[in-house]
Design a protein. Structure first.
Length: 181
């Protein structure tokens, strides 16, 4: 038998090489049937459950993504609503501030009017008091003048002035004062 060398110095005869390359057909058929049974077992016990599990996981992830998108749309809508409410509240607050300013101005005007009236009343009262003081001073001066006049007239006349003479002098003096005004 001829020996074939494969680049090394190992000697293999041709028949044993062919026997190893093409085994017994019954052995090959048994190996092939075992391989088919193994494929069927793997298909039913591994592939289908894994495929089912992957499909469930994909559906779960897809559901979560859709849920997140829905929640994002809802959050965006709520944010827009909140921003709109903030705008409305700002406008309302500005209106309240303007109203408060107007009320403050009205209150200020009322306080100024009241203060002005009080001032005018105090000025009027002060003028009345001054007028009363002037009258009181005039009366006092009048009495003093009358007293001095009586003293002077008694010395001029060198006699005692009677009540009747006194009244006549006073009336005459008062008339002179009134005409002199």
């Amino acid at each position: 038998m001829p020996v074939v060398t494969l680049g090394m110095d190992i000697g293999v005869d041709k028949e044993s090489f062919l026997d190893k390359l093409f085994p017994n057909p019954w052995d090959a058929l048994a190996v092939f049937l075992a391989f088919i049974i193994l494929l069927i077992a793997v298909f039913f016990f591994a592939y289908k459950p894994v495929k089912k599990l992957l499909k469930q996981r994909g559906d779960y992830v897809e559901g979560k993504i859709k849920s997140a998108e829905d929640k994002e749309r809802e959050a965006t809508r709520l944010l827009d609503d909140a921003n709109e409410q903030i705008k409305e509240k700002k406008i309302e607050a500005m209106g309240i501030v303007e109203k408060a300013k107007e009320e403050a101005n009205l209150e200020r005007q009322a306080i100024l009017e009241k203060a002005k009236k009080e001032k005018e009343a105090e000025v009027k009262k002060a003028k009345e008091e001054i007028a009363q003081e002037i009258e009181a001073s005039k009366d006092e001066i009048h009495r003093e003048i009358v007293s001095v006049a009586i003293d002077a007239s008694s010395k001029v006349l060198e006699r005692e002035v009677t009540k009747k003479d006194n009244e006549k002098l006073i009336d005459s003096f008062i008339d002179d004062l009134k005409e002199g005004k």
